[in-house]
Ligand binder design. Structure first.
Ligand code: ADP
Ligand code: MG
Length: 571
């Protein structure tokens, strides 16, 4: 007797539900995505007890034709794709035809729908996947799906749900994301009769951000908008002073679909260069629009991941647009920019090619000639030092206001940018190691490294193979600090072994930052007026005079107006 048999639809749907429907939030995700695909402009989500009591999603979309209703609950039944080639140009959020049958099989579900405005609609009642009733009702265009008693026939799943609060936070998190991606849709989320979220659907992202995060954060968001032949990136990112302790607020949509992608998230972080404090992450909401043919969304059951055929180019563009937006929106208020331009031309004649350096016993500072050309930036106006406070902060003024500058952080920034330039020089200077370093690797790793010998040479590391499992390092770039050689080389080889391109700057940011810190003026060091002037002038010429390499602020500014306000001279 044959042993293999086909599973009936109910079991097949329950199996599919196991993949697609993990928790109440998954049901909301699937239902709301269907509403979005139906072209709705208004979506109301009503839930009770974190969705475990009921979930109702009501939309004003195109509705489902009477004759299609039963079909919508069959597995792999969809109106969104027809054949295989459609799979490669998906614009809708759904396409697998799995959600409705999966939800219906684990709950008691009522669907009300109408495709017209004349008030004629249909209602269907399904229990555990079986249609129990279908009737004509009065209903205006749109669809309303009520899901009750979730997981009533899959008790194990019910047992695995986390606390009500956790389930609710998943729901809120997802609805927040949907409303950030679809700013043209008005979303309302009501839990236990309390409004949790309500957006206007007036296409204003900053407005939605304000609803979700607060008005004060929304004010600190910088808009993003860039387009090239392959991608259009829009959204908003927080100024570096607004950060979070984790990456969860780096929200990325691809063709308005929320996705999780490590490299894209990293690209956002990289775009901030070293404007962020260590272990702090920005808030950013980005949508990347692209031709669906260069995108594969069919790689994850809940479609949370995607594959891209032009991934590197996309990540690079994200990084660039973020950095550009941040540099354009300097931390110094707008009116100052004009003064900067004027003063900048006046101060060109000053001693640009000098570097402030501690002398041998660290007792005073000397100016050393700079052999490296500096790329002029104009983010700060000309600053005149007035005094030093507690041997630690420089007090300076411009026409527009007063500045407090942390002298250590400022010098760290100056040194850091100088060192980064050294690493970035076209021609890397080598130093031969008097005692060559030998490192051991596995045979396959050695094989890998062997093919990258030239690449390593390009970044200043000269190696030779030694036997089957060792390499000898003959020379290293000159800027590597003493005692850090092995650390640096192992890091570079690790990059090679994980198939990454060696990016000297990215790889060594921490190292360079630590070195720059060591060689910078410390607090409690009294400076002459001349030294202060020089330091401020050099700071002025950095690319980012606002934060030290660790992300701490360098400069605090009070406008004349701020001060007059403090003294109630103005209101
Ligand atoms: P998919 O979204 O992958 O197509 P679903 O099981 O989620 O599969 O939905 C099946 C079909 O039911 C959809 O293709 C769509 O035609 C229809 N449908 C579901 N929800 C709605 C809705 N809110 N408005 C209009 N049509 C809907
Ligand atoms: Mg769907």
């Amino acid at each position: 007797m044959s042993k293999i048999h086909l599973l009936n639809d109910t079991i097949a749907n329950k199996i599919a539900a196991g993949e697609v429907i993990e928790r109440p939030a998954s049901i909301i995700k699937e239902l709301v995505e269907n509403s979005i695909d139906a072209g709705s402009t208004k979506i109301d989500i009503l839930i009770k007890e974190s969705g475990l009591d009921y979930i109702i999603v009501k939309d004003n979309g195109e509705g489902i034709l009477k004759e299609d209703i039963e079909k919508a609950f069959l597995r792999h039944a969809t109106s969104k794709i027809k054949d295989e080639k459609d799979l490669f140009k998906i614009r809708t959020l759904g396409f697998r035809g799995e959600a409705l049958p999966s939800i219906a099989v684990i709950s008691k579900l009522i669907l009300k729908t109408s495709t017209n405005n004349d008030g004629n609609g249909t209602e269907i009642y399904i229990e555990g996947g079986e249609i129990k009733n279908k009737s004509e009702i009065a209903f205006t265009r749109g669809t309303e799906i009520s899901v009750k008693n979730i997981f009533y026939n899959t008790p194990v799943r019910l047992k695995y749900l986390k606390s009500m609060q956790t389930e609710l936070s998943h729901i809120i998190d997802y609805v927040n994301k949907l409303s950030l991606a679809h700013t043209d849709i008005s979303f309302t989320l009501i839990h236990n009769e309390r409004i949790i979220l309500s957006t206007y659907g007036n296409n204003n992202l900053i407005h939605v951000i304000s609803t979700i995060y607060s008005a004060s954060i929304a004010k600190k968001m910088i808009p993003i908008n860039i387009e090239n032949i392959d991608f259009k990136i829009t959204g908003a990112i927080s100024k570096p002073e607004i950060t979070r302790t984790n990456r969860n607020h780096i929200i990325i949509f691809v063709n308005k679909r929320y996705i999780k992608n490590y490299l894209l998230t990293q690209a956002v972080i990289k775009g901030y260069k070293n404007l962020l404090m260590v272990n702090r992450y920005p808030i950013s909401v980005l949508n990347i629009d692209m031709d669906p043919t260069i995108l594969d969304v069919n790689v994850h059951p809940a479609k949370l991941e995607a594959k891209f055929s032009k991934e590197k180019e996309m990540n690079k563009l994200v990084e660039e647009v973020i950095y550009k937006a941040l540099t354009e929106h300097t931390l110094i208020p707008e009116p100052l920019k004009k003064i900067v331009d004027l003063k900048y031309t006046n101060s060109l004649q000053t001693s640009f090619d000098l570097t402030l350096k501690p002398d041998k016993d660290n007792s005073s500072f000397i100016f050393e000639k700079n052999d490296i050309e500096i790329k002029q930036s104009n983010k700060l106006p000309f600053l005149e030092p007035i005094a030093q406070f507690h041997g630690t902060y420089i007090i300076a003024q411009s026409i527009e206001g007063i500045y407090l500058i942390d002298q250590h952080a400022a010098h760290e920034r100056v040194n850091y940018e100088k060192n980064i330039r050294l690493i970035n020089l076209e021609k890397i200077e080598y130093q031969d190691l008097t005692v060559p370093i030998t490192l051991n690797y596995s045979k396959s790793e050695i094989e890998h490294i062997f093919y990258k010998i030239e690449e390593l040479k390009r970044v200043g590391i000269e190696i030779e193979l030694f036997g089957k499992q060792s390499i000898i390092i003959r020379s290293i770039p000159i800027w590597i600090p003493k005692g850090q050689e092995i650390y640096f080389i192992e890091k570079a080889l690790q990059e090679i072994l994980s198939n990454k391109e060696i990016n000297m700057i990215d790889m060594n940011k921490d190292l360079v930052a630590a070195e720059s810190c060591k060689s910078s003026i410390k607090a409690n060091r009294y400076l002459t007026k001349n030294e202060m002037e020089e330091l401020l002038e050099q700071l002025r010429r950095t690319e980012n005079p606002y934060t030290c390499p660790h992300g701490r602020p360098v400069i605090v500014y009070f406008s004349k107006y701020d001060i007059e306000k403090m003294f109630k001279r103005v209101t």
